[in-house]
Design a protein. Structure first.
Length: 386
């Protein structure tokens, strides 16, 4: 069996940023390869050196990035051409974009399977791009300029979703939206995260609090700095701020704020393959995102697998943090977030207990090979929109 992943980036390509979709596609690609499936991956890159190469056992086909708001139209032609060369039995695409249309249209014309995975809580919304544009802080003239592009992408995306043979959702909420908006039935399969040979087993934790995401206003690293400031009297505790951005002005702004706090270490972009080392050492992981479409953050899973509890400002996927005692979610209350953060790092026994809960939960939920078994069964079953 031959499977092709199509995406706008690849996890180990340092010319692009790191996001949850990349992580999950990489994890699945590695798992399928271990099961004897021939794995291909097609992605954009900012630094094209070879058209085709093998990285970590995955056959990569690269497409050079272009400039321009309508560049995605040219990309579609490139993806169609490469898929014609590969001739996969299954196309896997995650997240809604013009690639959803590419995968759906190519598979329809060639009689192959298209498996689509949602990655955010707004992934099954109707007219998502148009709604986001209208809600943005952009000026009216800019919205008018960008609206044809957003509208056209939404039209292509809707066609792609309707051509999905099998839809995989992260949450029941995504599954409901998929049915309500597109009359397509989804299958809920949790994210997959393999455990390394050393098991990411519990290690002696350092007095460190960790934040990791792409630096952006929606992720609110400023709130993490507020927590660090609130805890300056907590002796020996270090607040590690990780993450990169292409926005140099925003990075400078965060850097200047971090320099004013003696207990903050701004470490910049952390390659994915090095991130688990951070999670294994720190005592608490912090998420301050206010983005509506978080889905299930891979950083939560990495933290829990490393016996590290999660302190979240807003996001509690499926209510797991509260229900399984995996940390604390402040439900948007900044005062509760700051106070609970300080309370937690003042109580080592509480952190250890929460960390153990997290590890047991994550091992059972995300590290099971039954997840890969479920995918492989789907590869052999035709659903035709059921």
């Amino acid at each position: 069996m031959k499977i092709a992943f199509i995406a706008d980036s690849f996890l180990l390509d340092q010319s692009t940023g790191v996001n949850g979709t990349q992580v999950q596609l990489y994890n699945l690609a590695q798992a399928f390869k271990r099961r004897g499936i021939e794995v291909h991956y097609v992605a954009l890159t900012g630094k094209l050196q070879k058209d085709c190469e093998v990285i970590a056992g995955i056959k990569l086909r690269w497409i050079k990035q272009r400039n321009g708001i309508f560049s995605w139209i040219y990309y579609m032609v490139d993806y169609f051409s490469i898929l014609n060369q590969i001739q996969p039995d299954v196309i896997f695409q995650r997240g809604r974009s013009y690639l959803t249309y590419v995968a759906g249209e190519w598979s329809r014309k060639n009689g192959k399977k298209f498996i689509w995975g949602t990655n955010g809580e707004d992934g099954c919304d109707f007219w998502k791009n148009m709604k986001r544009l209208m809600k943005s802080r952009s000026s009216l003239w800019k919205k008018r300029l960008l609206s044809p592009n957003a509208l056209l992408q939404d039209i292509f995306i809707h066609r792609g979703i309707r051509r999905t043979e099998i839809a995989i959702n992260q949450t029941e909420n995504q599954k409901r939206k998929l049915w309500n908006n597109f009359r397509k039935k989804g299958i809920v399969i949790t994210s997959y995260f393999p455990v390394a040979e050393d098991g990411l087993g519990p290690r002696k934790k350092e007095k460190a609090v960790f934040w990791l995401a792409n630096l952006s206003p929606g992720k609110q690293p400023e709130v993490f700095l507020k927590l660090a400031e609130h805890c300056q009297d907590c002796e020996g505790w270090e607040f590690v701020l990780g993450g990169g951005t292409m926005d140099k002005v925003y990075f400078e702004k965060i850097s200047e704020q971090a320099k004013l706090l003696r207990n903050v270490d701004l470490v910049g972009r952390i390659p994915f393959e090095e991130s688990n080392e951070f999670f294994s050492k720190v005592s608490l992981f912090v998420n301050t995102s206010i983005m509506e479409a978080e889905g299930i953050p891979n950083t939560f899973i990495q933290a829990w697998l490393s016996s590290t509890p999660v302190l979240s400002l807003v996001h509690d996927p499926n209510g797991w943090i509260k229900r399984h005692n995996l940390g604390f979610c402040a439900e948007g209350n900044l005062s509760d977030f700051l106070e609970k953060g300080k309370t937690l790092i003042s109580n080592e026994n509480a952190l250890v207990a929460l960390g153990e809960n997290g590890r047991n939960f994550a091992l059972n939920k995300f590290a099971r090979e039954k997840i890969i078994d479920a995918y492989i069964r789907l590869f052999r079953v035709r659903c035709y929109g059921k």
